[in-house]
Design a protein around this ligand. Structure first.
Ligand code: PRP
Length: 173
């Protein structure tokens, strides 16, 4: 990738401020409950770990790995489970933590899959939402930023597996 094409979209301070606000909302909404946070690898990993630091209610973490894109930049609609949860979510308040909702296929599939396992509730928290590219009617319960239909990377999001380590969200021109 010609790195002159990469531009900052959401800087590190703005990201962290918004993540703190989301955590405040979650702490408020789940008062008196225990939260089972489920990170969708790999993209969700930075968001999950930062968000979790601000959660002040009892919580557990588990990880799932799914693949929908392969190495392409467009969604195929095929969601493959590469790694399932380690623990049961029966009777638990599940919060799926994702980096981005694009076509919505991944989160729709995951939400239905987890809802079938008899949790007490299942909600979605996505850092980024691209509503203009949605093809299935899934909605997030918590959204960090609504963005335009640009190719984004950084803070968990990749371009051919690279750039996930950037502490900000960037777009490619
Ligand atoms: C990305 C992202 C979401 C999904 C969103 O994952 O992390 O899981 O695509 O797209 P959708 O709304 O169109 O389904 P990807 O398959 O690229 O895997 P990764 O998280 O390991 O990068």
């Amino acid at each position: 990738m010609d790195e002159s094409r990469i531009h900052v979209m959401i800087d590190e301070v703005s990201l962290q401020n918004r993540i703190r606000q989301l955590a405040d909302e979650i702490n408020h909404d789940y008062q008196g409950k225990e939260l089972a946070m489920i990170c969708v690898l790999k993209g969700g990993v930075m968001f999950m770990t930062d968000l979790a630091k601000y959660i002040q209610i009892p919580m557990t973490m588990d990880f799932m790995s799914v693949s929908s894109y392969g190495n392409q930049q467009v969604s195929t609609g095929i969601v493959k489970i590469m790694k399932d949860l380690d623990n049961s979510i029966e009777n638990q308040h599940v919060l799926i933590v994702e980096d981005i909702m694009d076509t919505g296929r991944t989160l729709q599939y995951l939400k239905n899959l987890l809802a079938d396992r008899n949790p007490a509730s299942v909600k979605i928290c996505t850092l980024l939402d691209k509503p203009h590219t949605r093809v299935v009617p899934v909605k997030a319960d918590y959204t960090g930023f609504v963005i335009d239909d640009k190719f984004v990377l950084g803070y968990g999001l990749d371009y051919e597996q690279h750039y996930r380590n950037l502490p900000y969200i960037a777009y490619v021109e």
